[in-house]
Write a protein that binds this ligand. Structure first.
Ligand SMILES: [Zn+2]
Length: 486
């Protein structure tokens, strides 16, 4: 059976973490780590008599994003009340946008497996974040529900795509590119917990559209979509219609579950927010913001290739995370060997970060320390292999590379005299191998291996090979002539 076409659209909610205050009041936007329900005021709680006032910076930041995503910006922006009842929304409505969003009709180019693809952006709008519901354990088994309103009123940017993606990896690539763009614009820090969340719409040719809510990371997006594609395919294969519904992604059990019908058929009864006037966005404002746009990931990739001689692929990996690209550029500036520096950052450092599930900014060292590590490779103090080990220890302990090399005794052995001492020991111990090596040159490698083992792999393999070969040649001559030639 031929695979039916999959259509995926995303709705991404990005917190504007660069803002100091919330969207409609002066409560600090940084609510993380504060005791529950302390980061609130009458306005964000929606108490009677309180009035919202719009954070101007939020509009400017959103315009930056709209421009970066190639959108058309509406000159007139109106806020609406989206009415619904939910415990995390003490006002019973959320101030959002409806008919007149900030921007429409943009696009982002993503690249999956070397192929470029355009994902259209349907709309971008500004809204306030609701509070946070805290369950004990899983949503289904929690005996009670707690609500923390600290987050309520934080400015969110909602980016909605057309259903242009066809695989979970394309969806992930889109989110990565979006996150990188937001980070380059310094609008949102994607590494903060909960700062980027998304809902996904997914349908398979011939089936209805299913919405998956509550996906919190790129990894989870891929997992949730893969699960959902299999689920829908299995239904279609058995001739069962896919129901149009909203499902919840259960990260713990790694399945999507149908939400109760009440939440599926919500009617939001949008109406214009009477306490906020429509906002006029002028050409001057747009031009001023356009002039201040920083270098974006696409332009940075082109520059990285040109300036450092990197491959497209390398540039793409680096710019997938602004902080990773920043780290590389600082390292290349200090150490000055971009090819080697890039290799270390994307092949070694990135692998360690993924393995430990941490971000570049969680590292307890800077590019300066990494440049010192690479200098030790350059001057022959340690081997490349040891450098990889030292980097791992640096990630784990934050210790200085010279310190690690000193305390762990992993200085590379490259002096011929020093290696000869180990060769003496091995030739004494492995007499049979030496005899064989005199007849069969291939056995020399076995002896080299023994020497390396003896030095705990610290001896330079090339120099060791030379020393061992020379020693065998010398023995052959002695056997033949009965004496050492002058
Ligand atoms: Zn407030």
């Amino acid at each position: 059976m031929s695979e039916l076409k999959v259509k995926i659209g995303l709705e991404c909610h990005c917190q504007m973490t660069s803002l100091k205050t919330k969207l409609f009041c002066r409560c600090p936007a940084d609510y993380r780590g504060k005791p529950p329900n302390t980061n609130v005021c009458p306005t964000c709680l929606g108490l009677p008599g309180s009035l919202p006032y719009l954070n101007r910076r939020a509009v400017e930041e959103a315009i930056k994003v709209a421009l970066a995503l190639n959108c058309k910006i509406n000159r007139r922006m109106v806020f609406y009340r989206k009415n619904y009842f939910y415990p995390d929304l003490s006002k019973n409505f959320q101030i959002s946008q409806y008919d007149y969003p900030l921007a429409v009709d943009g696009y982002v180019t993503i690249n999956v497996g070397g192929v470029d693809k355009v994902v259209r952006i349907k709309r971008i709008h500004i809204e306030e974040d609701p509070g946070r519901i805290v369950y004990k354990g899983s949503i289904e088994s929690s005996p009670y529900t707690l609500v923390d309103y600290n987050r309520m009123g934080v400015a969110l940017l909602e980016v909605v795509t057309e259903p242009d993606m066809e695989t979970p990896s394309e969806a992930k690539a889109f989110l990565q590119e979006l996150r990188s763009i937001l980070e380059h614009l310094e609008v949102s820090d994607g590494s903060l917990e909960g700062s980027m969340r998304c809902d996904a719409n997914i349908s398979i040719e011939g089936g209805s559209r299913v919405e998956i809510k509550n996906i919190t990371s790129f990894k989870e997006v891929e997992r949730a979509l893969s699960y959902e594609i299999i689920r829908q395919r299995n239904l279609l294969r058995r001739g069962v219609q896919v129901k149009r519904e909203t499902r919840h992604w259960d990260e713990v059990r790694r399945v999507t579950v149908a939400l109760r019908a009440k939440e599926e058929e919500m009617d939001y009864r949008y109406f214009p927010e009477p306490d906020l006037v429509p906002i006029e966005i002028t050409d001057e404002m747009i031009e001023r913001i356009k002039a201040q746009l920083p270098e974006l990931p696409a332009a940075r990739r082109v520059r990285l290739v040109k300036q450092y001689g990197l491959t497209e692929y390398e540039a793409r990996v680096l710019t997938s995370d602004k902080h990773l690209a920043d780290f590389f550029e600082k390292l290349a500036l200090i150490h000055g060997n971009p090819k080697v520096d890039c290799n270390l950052v994307i092949n070694e450092l990135l692998r360690l970060l993924n393995e430990k599930n941490i971000g570049v900014r969680d590292l307890k060292f800077t590019p300066l320390e990494v440049s010192e590590l690479l200098r030790m490779v350059d001057d022959g103090t340690i081997s490349w292999k040891s450098a990889k080990y030292v980097l791992r220890r640096m990630v784990e302990t934050g210790e200085h590379p010279r310190m690690i090399v000193e305390t762990e005794g992993i200085r590379r052995i490259a002096k011929v005299e020093e290696i000869e001492k180990y060769v003496d020991m091995v030739f004494e111990r492995c007499r049979e191998d030496v005899e064989e090596a005199l007849k069969d040159p291939k056995v020399i490698h076995r002896l080299v291996g023994e020497v390396l083992k003896e030095t705990k792999m610290l001896a330079d393999p090339k120099i060791t090979f030379q020393v061992v070969s020379k020693r065998i040649e010398k023995l052959k001559t002695i056997r033949k002539w009965g004496e050492v030639p002058p």
